[in-house]
Design a protein around this ligand. Structure first.
Ligand code: SF4
Length: 248
């Protein structure tokens, strides 16, 4: 006999808290630029929508709570690294703001988690520092890739979006090295890889940003099938595939 877990109704107070979480997050002003943190996304049309249309992507409570955990984890990892002898980690510029980079008159922008010096394998080389917090499955994939491919090849294979972000930050800061720390929720386990700057990949990312910013109409779809897995979860799905029906 198979025992299925009983479905208990979600606590009413927490439901109310989640409504407030969603309202607070989704009432924040939308950003008015194409982000380097998302330029590596698989669908250029989705990026086009995010920049060119007034539609603002909204998030549900579980997603927002995951973002919150990511911010807390980043602060925790920064504290640990700052407390490590020999490490200098800067998370703010001289004006107390996040390090920012931009191109195309500010239409393409990114914000670094930090710059780090004193890594054991290259103590005198400044690296761009980026921190990610992932679920256990993705974390294990990261560790396996590092073991199989070596750390210089891991990031590109592990996550194209994070890789493009890393290359953008290196390209625009002029730093040739990137140090990515990845942890599990709560920071109980962590691992890191270094990645070198790749001029060819950086120029391809820059071209992609230029194409998206300059296009007057939506770019080609990633898939014409709205049930394709990336379309199924896409915030712009109805608009994107609705237009297809109208113009068919
Ligand atoms: S629905 Fe699919 S094709 Fe359309 S923008 Fe989203 S991911 Fe791209």
């Amino acid at each position: 006999m198979v025992f299925l877990p009983k479905q208990t109704p979600h606590d009413l107070t927490l439901q109310r808290a989640e409504i407030a979480i969603v309202e607070n997050e989704n009432s924040k002003p939308r950003r008015k630029y194409l982000g380097m943190s998302s330029i590596g996304g698989a669908c250029s049309r989705k990026l086009w929508y995010s920049y060119h249309t007034p539609m603002t992507e909204t998030f549900d409570a579980p997603t927002i709570m995951r973002f919150e955990d990511g911010h807390r984890s980043e602060a925790l990892i920064a504290d640990r690294l700052k407390a490590t002898p020999g490490i200098m980690l800067l998370t703010e510029d001289d004006n107390g703001r996040q390090f920012g980079v931009e191109d195309f008159e500010g239409q393409f922008r990114g914000h670094l988690d930090g710059k780090i010096l004193g890594l054991v394998h290259a103590p005198s080389v400044w690296h761009v520092w980026e921190a990610k917090c992932t679920n256990l499955k993705k974390f294990m994939q990261f560790k396996l890739l590092k073991a199989d491919l070596g750390e210089q090849n891991t990031l590109k294979q592990w996550d194209a979006t994070y890789y493009a972000q890393a290359q953008s930050y290196m390209g625009y800061t002029g730093l040739d090295d990137h140090y990515l720390t990845v942890c599990t929720p709560g920071g109980r386990d962590w691992e890191a890889v270094c990645t070198r700057f790749n001029e060819v990949d950086f120029e391809a990312i820059r071209d992609k940003a230029h194409r998206i910013l300059g296009a007057m109409a939506p770019l080609a779809r990633l898939s014409n099938d709205p049930s394709w897995y990336e379309c199924k979860w896409c915030f712009y799905k109805d608009h994107c595939h609705g237009i297809a029906k109208l113009s068919a």
